[in-house]
Design a protein around this ligand. Structure first.
Ligand SMILES: NC(=O)c1ccc[n+]([C@@H]2O[C@H](COP(=O)([O-])OP(=O)(O)OC[C@H]3O[C@@H](n4cnc5c(N)ncnc54)[C@H](O)[C@@H]3O)[C@@H](O)[C@H]2O)c1
Length: 345
């Protein structure tokens, strides 16, 4: 299949691109490089022997999308492009409504007019907000607690409405839990700009000496060791979920929503200890008060994805930390050495 990967130069999209090439598909990356580097294409080429086409463009740019869709017929799109920092979304909500919601709207119109009727969308467990009970299945109430999560829910609903109006659309909404880790080669991984917003990249930067210590926000939650519990999923398991979704869902009309998680939670301290094992060194941390808006614990019920997509996460927390550490240690400054790095954050 010819597959359009919006945001395909990013953390998850670049790894999905590797897996798609390995699976015999033909991905084309469409990315404005606002949070990524064109250097990933060299790394993908080195890993797979195939250099995917990278089209530099913005999902809000209808003319650019039309140009691409006219010259390349696509069977499906995987829509990763968007802004993802919760804190930034609270400070600059209009940016998030513009890039995520408006951008998705422009993309969907362009796909629709070009006759593309199959999409896999990167949604997030953030749409659930603070859960009443865990594990979370796909029927749990959606009441996102921040702007980022609300934009994801708006896009989900836009896709649902589109599929009602145009029943030949095949829409798969994948709600990611907490993706961590990197390609096992250490060649592709998460490269946050500025201080990382997520736990594992932060720990990794402390371990490699870029930051003095990790701050643990809250050790008085109602969890076994008092620190927050999340469902961390190896990013390679996550991208395999996309391959499974494409295989099972392509050509099947209607909307399906799936949690992509492991079904088990790990606390901040458990992750820290696993990373210390992986890196073979101790990692400094300090405890600070809870952050407003953080929830105590959540993890997925991934049974629906197992049943419908025949997909399960198989990698352990130790695997996630080992691969995250290999990536960090081999690329202490991420892709920064690449001359074409574009930083807009
Ligand atoms: N990483 C996570 O923890 C996580 C969790 C849940 C959901 N998601 C979602 O998964 C998707 C991919 O996340 P990621 O971690 O790979 O993020 P990322 O920032 O590494 O990748 C996103 C990519 O989209 C590109 N992009 C952003 N705005 C664009 C635009 N207007 N036009 C074209 N390209 C644009 C960026 O340059 C980047 O390459 C995002 O939609 C994110 O919200 C991520």
């Amino acid at each position: 299949m010819n597959i359009l990967l919006t945001g395909g130069a990013g953390y998850i999209g670049s790894l999905a691109c590797v897996r798609l090439i390995e699976a015999g598909e033909r991905p084309v990356i469409y990315d404005n490089l606002s949070n990524s580097s064109a250097a990933v294409v060299d790394r993908i080429a080195a890993l797979t022997g195939v250099r995917p086409e990278l089209v530099e463009g913005d999902i809000r740019d209808r003319a650019r999308l039309d140009e691409l869709l006219k010259r390349s017929p696509f069977d499906a799109a995987i829509h990763f492009a968007g802004s993802k920092a919760v804190g930034e979304s609270t400070r600059d909500p209009l940016l998030y409504y513009d890039n995520n919601v408006h951008g998705s709207r422009v993309l969907l119109s362009a796909l629709h007019d070009a006759g593309v009727r199959s999409i896999v969308f990167s949604s997030s467990a953030t749409v659930y907000g603070d859960p009443d009970t865990v594990p979370l299945d796909e029927q749990a109430p959606t009441r996102p607690a921040n702007t980022y999560g609300r934009t994801k829910l708006v896009i989900e609903n836009m896709l649902r409405d589109l599929a009602v109006a145009a029943p030949d659309w095949s829409v798969t909404l994948l709600r990611y839990f907490n993706p961590v880790g990197a390609h096992p080669s250490g060649q592709l991984g998460e490269d946050p700009q500025g201080p990382p917003n997520n736990l594992v990249p932060y720990i990794a930067q402390v371990a490699v000496g870029r930051r003095p210590h990790l701050t643990v926000f809250g050790d008085d939650y109602a969890t076994p060791d008092g620190t927050g519990v999340r469902d961390y999923i190896h990013v390679m398991d996550l991208v395999d979920g996309h391959i499974a979704a494409l295989r099972r869902r392509h050509g099947q009309p209607g909307v399906r929503t799936y949690n992509l998680g492991t079904g088990r939670g790990h606390s901040v301290m458990e992750v820290l200890q696993a990373f210390e094992r992986a890196a073979g060194r101790s990692i400094a941390h300090v405890v600070a008060p809870r952050r407003p808006g953080d929830v105590a614990r959540y993890w997925a019920d991934p049974a629906l994805a197992a049943r419908d997509l025949d997909w399960r996460a198989v990698r352990s927390l130790d695997d996630m930390c080992r691969d995250a550490w290999r990536w960090q240690k081999d690329n202490p400054d991420g892709y920064a050495a690449a001359p074409d790095r574009i930083r807009t954050a």
